[in-house]
Design a protein around this ligand. Structure first.
Ligand code: C5P
Length: 282
């Protein structure tokens, strides 16, 4: 039996550059991970079947699950006759902008690489992973990176300075294609990718806080005003910086002390059901 943890990702930055001919957007994002984890176990099966065991009303256990797609791709690519039972324990909220499904898929690539004795490099797994989703390549490593292309071209960056992260998801799910579809590239905010990168290089928490930015934030907030309301509540509760992650609707805030994190957590508990205190993993 193989165990893997699948951490949630957050965007420190997300800049949309242009729409490509293949329908995807060329992006520039700096992403990192937090210790809010799904847990997966992998058990070999002789019958070749891929079985996903998950108890969650909104997570499919069939071919629509990204972990299933990852397992199928590994089986086909490496001509594996064995099957697998994947038990998935969800903690990361879904349709949240935290890459929960992508992180589960990435954990599946890593887990099966070991379970099935494939012994492929993380680099090759990361390349393969991009066939089934844009964020999975990043999640294979789960380390702070500048992600370009449609998200799959990685340049690893230094870990962020240590911080507490309060994560809150309004009680709605947001679809990524919906948000990209509503994006108007002529009306987007400036995102300070290079300044954020410099802040990471210098390990400067103060500057990092000033350089967080996400050009999808305005789009999601227009469609779902509760996201803006939540961000304002978070800012008023004393965080050093707050930002929506990915296409949302999750908003996170940074503080340096556990005591402050608890204060922010308490201020947000009345606003939504999903509120978490985590640490930056990097
Ligand atoms: O790659 P993934 O399946 O996560 O993308 C979901 C959808 O989000 C895509 O079909 C596309 O509509 C949108 N997307 C995009 N540009 C990206 C990543 C995703 O337009 N770089």
């Amino acid at each position: 039996m193989i165990y893997e943890t699948a951490p949630a990702k957050i965007n420190l930055t997300l800049d949309t550059l242009y729409k490509r001919d293949d329908g995807y957007h060329e992006v520039e994002m700096i992403m990192t991970t937090v210790d809010l984890n799904d847990r997966l176990t992998f058990e070999s099966r002789d019958d070749g079947k891929i079985i996903i065991d998950v108890e969650h009303n909104f997570v499919p256990s069939d071919h629509r699950n990204l972990a299933y797609k990852a397992a199928k791709l590994m089986q086909d690519k490496y001509n594996i006759k064995e099957g697998v039972k994947i038990s998935l324990e969800k903690s990361i909220p879904i349709s949240a902008g935290l890459a929960g499904g992508s992180s589960d898929a990435a954990a599946t690539f890593r887990g099966l690489n070991e379970l099935w004795g494939i012994n492929e490099s993380l680099e090759s797994l990361s390349e393969l992973a991009s066939e089934i989703g844009s964020d999975i390549s990043f999640c294979i490593y789960g380390k702070t990176a500048l992600c370009q292309g449609r998200g799959e071209k990685l340049t690893h960056l230094p870990k962020p300075p240590s911080a507490w992260v309060v994560i809150a998801k309004p009680d709605i799910g947001v679809s990524t294609p919906e948000i990209y579809g509503a994006l108007n590239l002529d009306d987007k905010i400036e995102v300070r990718t290079q300044d954020c990168r410099d802040a990471l290089e210098k390990n400067d928490y103060g500057v990092l806080c000033q350089t967080l930015g996400n050009s999808l934030e305005k789009v999601t907030m227009k469609l779902y005003p509760e996201v803006e309301k939540l961000k304002n509540t978070m800012k008023n509760s004393g965080v050093d910086a707050a930002l929506m992650s990915g296409s949302g609707p999750t908003v996170y805030g940074f503080v340096q002390k556990e005591r402050q994190a608890k204060q922010v957590y308490n201020a947000l508990m009345g606003c939504c059901n999903d509120v978490y205190i985590a640490r930056l993993l990097g």
